[in-house]
Ligand binder design. Structure first.
Ligand SMILES: *Cc1c(COP(=O)(O)O)cnc(C)c1O
Length: 423
């Protein structure tokens, strides 16, 4: 269906042919694009905030109507009874994450969920208390782990082991991660890694990290913020203990949308797995009896605390129908071809000096490429903007480009190259 090979050609007609043969091209028209000079922008920032799906407005209107017309009756009546609202997102998320439905729930937001799940699974003792994470993790994750260990009266300096890239590289070898886990041995309580590092775009080997963590008796946990809706996972088969993600990046559910949670069924079905509880995680048969004694649901939903956040979840529910329609594996195939085309075009740029920080192996990255320009980075970013191409810029000279396969085309990628070529 999609070619990923050295048969790429750096020409607009080649890009047009790729688009003409793209079975997922029809999804671009299902999104709203900001305008530039009256035209749709080319949007390469779906790794930070995905575009608005056109079906979202009607989905919100449906819930507004239920609220307007049924008020409290909306919990049990209306188009989508609110009592079960979290469940409406479960099967599609389970498919993307390679999870069983009882391992998935949505609630709160990413950092909140990271804290809640770490409190469930991080049980430091005098000898086993260390946490391994990647150096340069997303700041919120760094703050979460730092404050977690302080909460247990531990010193972040000794309790947190950060794995840094070696040999002047920006990315981390998987073997270095495994070696660090083995070296920490029985002092290691938990590994918390990003699935894809937000900055470098490196996709880590989740299966291998999980196996290494389990071998020394540690918990394996992942922040999949840049993975969800980008790269399909096999969390159940890989035996990951828990994972969390947000829904506003590749999942296109809008700013501050409800967060996603995976808890492996070996923990989720055990109602004695420690957690901070609330009534929405309580067994439904007894929830409304309002009695003493928390009885957890024997599923990931047993971590829910508060009433379903309908207006924080409705966008995700709508957006997921597009993923269901397109198919996560199809999206990944297109993504590999699209980002591969971008990488190929970049290789043709002989006059411009830059470094591709993201791994060149498609199995070690998602949609995003991270480029470091020794000079002219800011200028390039500005020129992209002037031509209606939205990318992310960070000092010093770093441009992150994420061609999301739902709404980016081969021609879009070619346009990016064309502008770079003018430097
Ligand atoms: C985007 C992102 C976050 C943001 O967390 P919120 O709680 O949703 O604000 C956290 N961690 C990672 C790795 C991210 O990429």
């Amino acid at each position: 269906m999609y070619q990923y090979s050295n048969s790429y050609i750096a020409s607009p007609s080649f890009a047009e042919t790729m688009d003409a043969n793209d079975p997922l091209a029809r999804f671009k028209s299902q999104f709203h694009f900001p305008k530039h000079g009256g035209n749709d922008v080319i949007y390469f920032c779906g790794n930070s905030l995905g575009l608005q799906p056109k079906n979202v407005a009607a989905a919100i209107e449906t819930e507004l109507t239920t609220w307007r017309e049924l008020a409290i009756g909306g919990y049990f009546g209306g188009t989508n009874p609110w009592l079960h609202y979290q469940e409406y997102t479960r099967s599609t998320l389970a498919g993307m994450m390679g999870a069983k439905e009882n391992e998935i729930t949505v609630m709160n937001a990413l950092t909140v969920n990271l804290h809640l799940l770490m409190l469930s699974f991080y049980k430091p003792t005098a000898t086993r208390f260390k946490i391994i994470m990647e150096a340069g993790a997303f700041p919120s994750d760094q703050y979460a782990v730092e404050t977690l260990v302080k909460h247990f009266n531990l010193d972040p300096e000794t309790a947190i082991i950060e794995i840094k890239p070696e040999g002047g590289k920006k990315t981390i070898e998987n073997s270095a991660i495994v070696t660090a886990i083995e070296a920490a041995g029985e002092s290691l309580a938990m590994v918390l890694f990003g699935g894809i590092n937000y900055y470098t775009g490196q996709l880590f080997d989740i299966q291998s990290i999980t196996a290494a963590a389990h071998k020394v008796g540690a918990i394996a946990a992942f922040d999949l913020a840049h993975v969800a809706g980008n790269v399909p996972m096999q969390l159940n088969a890989w035996n990951v203990d828990f994972a969390v993600w947000c829904s506003y990046k590749y999942l296109n559910a809008g700013p501050g949308a409800v967060g996603g949670v995976f808890v492996h069924e070996k923990h989720a079905t055990n109602i004695d797995t420690p957690r901070l509880g609330g009534w929405w995680g309580n067994d439904e048969a007894t929830r409304f009896k309002m009695e003493k004694g928390f009885i957890a649901k024997p599923t990931a939903s047993g971590w829910n605390m508060s009433t379903a956040q309908v207006f924080n979840t409705v966008n995700l529910k709508a957006s997921l129908t597009i993923f269901e329609d397109a198919g996560m594996q199809n999206l990944r195939s297109k993504s590999i071809a699209l980002t591969g085309y971008l990488a190929f075009l970049l290789e043709q740029l002989t006059s411009l000096s830059f470094t591709l920080i993201t791994p060149s192996d498609p199995n070690q990255r998602g949609a995003q490429l991270c480029l470091f320009f020794e000079e002219k980075g800011k200028e390039i970013y500005q020129k992209m903007k002037d031509h209606g191409i939205i990318v992310d810029y960070r000092e010093p000279g770093v441009i992150r480009v994420a061609p999301a396969p739902l709404y980016c085309s081969f021609k879009d990628v070619y346009r990016f190259y064309e502008i770079l070529k003018s430097f």
